[in-house]
Design a protein around this ligand. Structure first.
Ligand SMILES: NC(=O)c1ccc[n+]([C@@H]2O[C@H](COP(=O)([O-])OP(=O)(O)OC[C@H]3O[C@@H](n4cnc5c(N)ncnc54)[C@H](O)[C@@H]3O)[C@@H](O)[C@H]2O)c1
Length: 503
């Protein structure tokens, strides 16, 4: 195999569509030579023209020099026939997501390139083992999974198929680096890393919506304000397109043999069936105008004219996070007199379960999620049939401090604890099945999905024992194996170890 650091390394790109163009651009910017091929008449020329246009724009914006752009253009050639890829030391395939088409392309490539050339696929969902199966040299086949838009998304997943050699993986890591990407080595498993790890955020949002715990706008606002996600799960689904994320959810769920942790919900399918794909169709979870702006989005905030509470009772005085919230709101805590709103916070329980367990008056209980960032938004929750005036008085005290109040239906783990615990649990499970190293799982989820923290970092932030408790409570309350804690998490919680502890 050619030295992946060699100056004149030639990369072939097969398929010059959206992804192929991005791969051509980052290869050129990394100083590699590129031969571009597309089966469609004029397809490669059109793809290459778009890359050149983008390079020229980078020169205008002074991101690259004119001399560098000219050198990149000189390093780029169009192949008239697939046999013109013969000099390539690496070929990256980015054709249609169809196993028959991929087999045809790889079969032709195998007959054309040198025996030690690497053949990589940018597939999002086809196992590398299936793509390599009919080939004479499956050890040189790997996944090189880029993210869209390639030049802006720094992550590249390097997928090790069942036959891929270590040498090929090391070479792809080096070449990925040269392309200015951050390569993360991932096992050949359904959805690879990012498309699997991303399931928790969207499907647990849908679970909360399914149970009528909160509206889409409320869940989105909580995830943005209290956990610093750039977008909530519903705005994200509408942006990526329900025509994309519903089928991906189903593929990952089915390929994991119907693991209940991964299933989506009927509303997701209903939107898909109705052609309500999100921004691109003007309607999905929300409605959009022609510029992609939401039309009349529902408010996530609870508004009341009630007089703000000044004095409250507290059923969990030992909780330091709740104590900080009480101080933030300027409330005075007094012993319960039979009429005061009773504040409490808990982890993984619902308000009903907490009131029942502790003997707290369920009518006056106002549960507050004190985890996460409470400076912009606080989530309040009551039992069914509770006294609304207690809730209103506390919500008014929250609003009076310039903090938004979101009132949700009774739910084990509120919204934030539940969402974060599910993201964390799936990250732990990915570590448990050896999909990638714990550090790489965090890196991939941050770079591939713009998460503010990786899933194992969420465990560290929330605490392994608390994350474990939230999931156990969720599983106990719902009886649903969807919420069963990963063994990875269980062991680290019981032993008091960091979530990143290997082994
Ligand atoms: N679009 C994304 O967000 C994204 C992200 C990651 C991975 N992927 C994967 O990348 C691959 C390409 O996706 P895309 O969005 O660029 O698709 P695309 O439809 O934009 O481009 C595919 C290109 O491949 C060409 N092609 C088809 N059959 C060919 C063949 N036999 N030989 C040579 N060229 C052929 C087509 O003419 C077209 O130009 C797919 O496997 C997809 O799953 C896509």
């Amino acid at each position: 195999m050619a030295d992946p650091k060699t100056q004149g390394l030639v990369v072939g790109v097969v398929g010059c569509g959206a992804m192929g163009q991005g791969i051509i651009q980052v290869s050129l910017q990394g100083g590699l030579k590129v031969v571009a091929y597309d089966a469609k008449d004029g397809g490669a020329e059109a793809g290459v023209a778009k890359v050149i246009e983008l390079l020229d724009r980078l020169v205008e914006k002074e991101r690259i020099s004119a001399a560098d752009a000219e050198a990149m253009k000189a390093a780029l050639t169009v192949a008239a026939d697939i046999s013109d890829l013969a000099p390539c030391q690496l070929v990256v395939e980015a054709v249609f997501e169809d196993i028959g088409v991929k087999h045809e392309v790889f079969g032709k490539l195998e007959a054309v390139v040198a025996q030690d050339a690497i053949l990589a696929s940018n597939t999002s969902s086809l196992p590398i083992g299936s793509i390599a199966r009919p080939l004479k040299h499956p050890e040189r086949v790997a996944g090189l999974h880029f993210f869209n838009p390639v030049p802006l998304m720094r992550l590249v997943e390097v997928i090790k198929g069942p036959a891929t050699s270590d040498e090929v993986i090391e070479a792809l890591k080096t070449i990925g680096d040269r392309m200015g990407r951050v390569p993360v080595v991932v096992k050949d498993s359904p959805g690879f890393l990012v498309n699997l790890g991303g399931r928790a955020f969207t499907t647990e949002g849908l679970a909360l919506h399914h149970e009528q715990v909160a509206t889409e706008a409320q869940i989105d606002a909580i995830m943005r304000d209290c956990a610093h996600f750039r977008m909530g799960p519903f705005e994200l689904m509408d942006l990526t397109g329900i025509d994309v994320n519903y089928p991906v959810s189903m593929i990952v769920f089915e390929q994991f043999l119907n693991d209940p942790r991964l299933h989506t919900f009927p509303h997701h399918r209903a939107l898909y069936e109705a052609g309500r794909f999100g921004r691109k169709t003007g309607i999905g979870h929300f409605r959009y105008d022609g510029k992609g702006q939401k039309i009349d989005p529902p408010s996530p905030d609870y508004l009341t004219d009630a007089a703000p509470a000044e004095v409250v009772a507290c059923a969990t005085p030992e909780d330091t996070e709740l104590a900080a919230v009480i101080e933030q709101l300027g409330l005075v805590v007094r012993p319960d007199d039979g009429a005061l709103p009773i504040l409490a916070t808990f982890h993984g329980e619902d308000a009903t379960g907490f009131a029942f367990r502790t003997g707290t008056d369920p009518k006056r209980l106002v549960a507050i999620d004190a985890t996460g960032d409470t400076s912009k938004r606080l989530t309040l929750m009551q039992t069914p049939g509770a006294n609304r005036s207690c809730l209103d008085a506390v919500a008014a005290a929250v609003s009076a401090k310039g903090i938004a109040a979101t009132v949700i239906g009774d739910s084990p783990g509120f919204v934030l604890q539940r969402m974060r615990a599910m993201i964390a649990n799936l990250g732990c499970e990915m570590a448990q099945i050896g999909l990638a190293t714990p550090q790489d799982i965090d890196t991939a989820m941050k770079l591939g999905l713009n998460y503010p923290m990786g899933p194992l970092e969420i465990v560290e932030d929330l605490g392994a024992d608390r994350t474990f408790t939230i999931l156990q409570e969720l599983q106990a309350a719902t009886g649903d194996p969807r919420y069963r804690p990963s063994l990875w998490l269980r062991r680290r919680a019981l032993l008091g170890l960091s979530a990143h502890t290997a082994g």
